[in-house]
Design a binder for this molecule. Structure first.
Ligand code: SAM
Length: 418
């Protein structure tokens, strides 16, 4: 049914929220304060509306600079001015902490939002999908794919890689690809090619040619399930600030803001020297190598075997001897450490979107004095903050980082002490 609606706020997933007879309706593309015309599906439990027309636009609305912004699923807030992106992100995190975590916004210090020095050209990694003989991203509607030639969010060395890679590999090889991951660090580029079936000689030849021509430094070729072993061509291990990365593993997307994220998280740990630190979800050692020089020992727990291997290799290269890397499930390992009556002075967690349920019990069981929680999902942060508070921790400070300009995504670091 067509409805004229007033958008009250933006939701945690970046959509405009209006009310229809006391029920919330979510409208992608609408902005706070706008009056819009929308087609609303009132039968669904979570009501969604399709934006038909903006009747009274927000002063913060603008024409997106990317020609595919209205269809591409990548930059969902490109039509919103950057300053307002930040105020909306801040409100999303603070209100989620209040409503879902019972954490009052006045109960901790809110440190200044860390902006991204580049609001475009900041993304060093991307996952591309074959689409009609070209490469592209997932569309706004989840099953659509949108052809991309140049992506302005990607860092300058790889911004035109969607078109360059599509031209290099050609339609026949693209058809045989499930997805292609791209990573750029300090001007070096690596790919991870995930094929639907087995790796063919033509695939190897094309990757070898891309390495020889200097388009990329290396690649990992991954066959479909049960279709053989993965192969490496060239050197797909990239280094930035002494941390090693591969395109088939995790890397923070925005290198410049990541540097600030790491230094602020370390500062919030309030290290005096001599501490024993437990770091959960440690990845390739992004935080680990900044914490290690200031403390007695770090125990770094990570589930990905690739990430642990890269972190161990970097530790050897850097001569870091006070980190114990453990591959496994953080929840099981933390619970095991509590059972064994281990003690840690600090706990640093940087979980995936699902958060770290159990973090309150681990922190209190290990007699941790200070917890620093790095979050990419405000809902998980709110739930886990509540748990920490229930276990006697006090929220000290919150800082937000604009790791993903032009999107509704926001990174948060929150410190707690007991
Ligand atoms: C948000 S990333 C952070 C990685 C790292 N701290 C960084 O800054 O690059 C989350 C990490 O948690 C790891 N992970 C996911 N589930 C896990 C689990 N149950 N136990 C341990 N690690 C896990 C992922 O492999 C990923 O490396």
């Amino acid at each position: 049914m067509k409805r004229e609606l007033l958008i009250e706020r933006l939701s945690k997933s970046g959509d405009g929220v209006a009310q229809v007879e006391g029920r919330a309706v979510f409208i992608a593309g609408a902005l706070s304060g706008e009056r819009v015309l929308a087609e609303v599906d009132e039968s669904a439990r979570a009501m969604r509306g399709e934006l038909l027309e903006v009747l009274a636009p927000s002063p913060a609305r603008r024409v997106p600079s990317c020609p595919v912004a209205d269809r591409c699923g990548g930059c969902d807030w490109m039509h919103l001015h950057e300053d307002t992106q930040l105020t909306e992100k801040e409100e999303i995190v603070l209100s989620t902490l209040e409503h879902m975590g019972d954490v009052d916004r006045g109960s901790f210090e809110l440190l200044p939002f860390v902006r991204s020095p580049e609001v475009l050209g900041y993304r060093r990694r991307a996952t591309l999908h074959p689409v009609s003989g070209a490469l592209g991203f997932h569309g706004k509607k989840s099953h659509d794919r949108v052809v991309v030639t140049r992506c302005p969010a990607l860092t300058p060395p790889v911004a035109d890689f969607p078109a360059r890679l599509a031209a290099h590999f050609g339609a026949n090889t693209l058809k045989e690809l499930e997805e292609l991951r791209l990573l750029e660090c300090d001007g070096r580029v690596a790919l991870s090619l995930h094929f639907r079936a087995q790796i063919r000689p033509r695939h190897r030849e094309l990757v070898e040619l891309a390495v020889r021509d200097g388009m990329i430094d290396g690649a990992i070729l991954q066959p479909g399930d049960g279709k053989g072993a993965s192969e490496i061509i060239g050197d797909p291990v990239l280094e930035e600030e002494g941390v090693l990365h591969r395109p088939d593993g995790f890397a923070q997307a925005n290198a410049a803001v990541n540097r600030r994220l790491v230094s602020q998280a370390v500062e919030l740990l309030h290290l005096q020297g001599g501490e024993r630190v437990l770091e959960l979800y440690s990845g390739n050692g992004n935080f680990t190598f900044r914490v290690a020089p200031s403390v007695a020992q770090v125990m770094a727990v990570e589930s990905s075997a690739l990430s642990v291997a890269l972190a161990q290799k970097a530790a050897l290269k850097r001569g870091v001897g006070n980190v114990r890397f453990m591959q496994g499930d953080s929840e099981k390992i933390a619970a095991g450490l509590v059972r064994e009556s281990e003690r840690f002075d600090r706990l640093l967690v940087d979980p995936p979107r699902t958060g770290a349920p159990g973090v309150g019990a681990w922190a209190s069981g290990l007699l941790v004095k200070r917890v620093v929680y790095v979050a990419c999902d405000p809902v998980s942060l709110a739930r886990d903050a509540r748990e920490l508070i229930e276990k006697g921790y006090r929220p000290l400070a919150l800082q937000l980082f604009d790791l993903f300009p032009q999107t509704h995504h926001v990174e948060a670091v929150m410190a707690f002490s007991r």
